[in-house]
Design a binder for this molecule. Sequence first.
Ligand SMILES: [Zn+2]
Ligand SMILES: [Zn+2]
Length: 421
Amino acid sequence: MVVLSKLFKDGLEKGLQCSDLTHSGSCKQNVTLNTYKFLISNLKYFAPVIFLPLLVHLRSLNKKMLKDTFQYYIGAVAAGTTTGWCIMAMICLLRHVFGKFGYYTTAFLPSLIGSFATWAIPSPKVHRLYETSVFQCTIESFILQRKTMLTKLIAESKLLRTFIFMCCSSLIMNAKQEKSYRGFWLLQPTPTTTLVHPKNQAALNEEAEEESVHLLKPCSHKISSCVRYALQGAKTYFILGLTLDLIKMLMSKVATSEKGFMTKLLAKTGNFKIHSCALLTTYVTFYRLVHCYFNRVCGADTKLNHTAAAFLSGSSFIFYPKLTLFCYALVLGIQISWQHLEVYLSNEHEDAFEWIKNIPFSKLFYSLCLAYLVNTYCLRSRYVSGLGATIINGITNNYAKTINGNIERIEQQLASRSPSL
Ligand SMILES: [Zn+2]
Ligand SMILES: [Zn+2]
């Protein structure tokens, strides 16, 4: 294995042109051609990412929801195309400015500068999608590298991952119930009128009036029987999980030389696993039963009951302890904890905290994380998860994959010339 610094000194910095590493043809041609290629790649990548979560709301789907989702899709595609395009253009530009591919100017600096293009799309929802995905993949990359004691422990211990997931589950489910977090999560919490986030008081007044009749009962769900309520959740999430597992199976790749739709489909059935189905069904059933049980024991639906139910039901993660899902929960958990800290500091130390609130931490972290992620993928793709690679290549039409392939090829050539390295 060639050491990266050696690779850049002996290989990449020695007068390599763009055509040796990033693209064929001239830089101008490449930038023009890739504009529409990036657009098509983003359209393809974001279609399942944005439209599949609609499955959860299939029964309550309406015109407004479809319109909002379509606008969200267009915003995500525009942000991806612009960001990918800027990074690609910066790679060429920096090579021309410095006259060579340097350690930081090949992928890190172009991605850092290009990341600011994401903010050109004025949609907080799109910004949240990009931030969450990039933070999630960066944490996953750190865990995959196992360079610290903590990341090593998380990578090797299912129990530790499950415990952290349980903590995140309680934070996320509470935030969903208070409506301070409206993004995607595996479960929809039982609506309640007793937990109201201060920011959403006005918005919830109407709902509170509608559901005030349920305040007299220990549980706030509309179905009269708790067991029936849990079974209804199990049925809905069983179908949803099964659909997701089927989609995953259909999208999986199979190594078969034979052609034909049916032959490939039969080969793919071997990849069918009921992971999502098992996780979602257990999670929702456990959550609803435990929550109802606590409500009945205490005689009322309290925040503590809900937190405990969401925490305990998070243990179903043990059935499907996937690192990608763990990192998603962890990012949401950290974001929600930060929100709580902001509210606390604003209330307790309003003057002293005011200047910190104005620093765009998430934007700064996003740029650094994106630059780190693209740089790691281009130089050492094995340290980036499958999801990270799919996102990077989906947005850049496999541009990063080409750079990584060329770097590995140059690395092999150098290694064959100097076997001692
Ligand atoms: Zn170029
Ligand atoms: Zn109940």
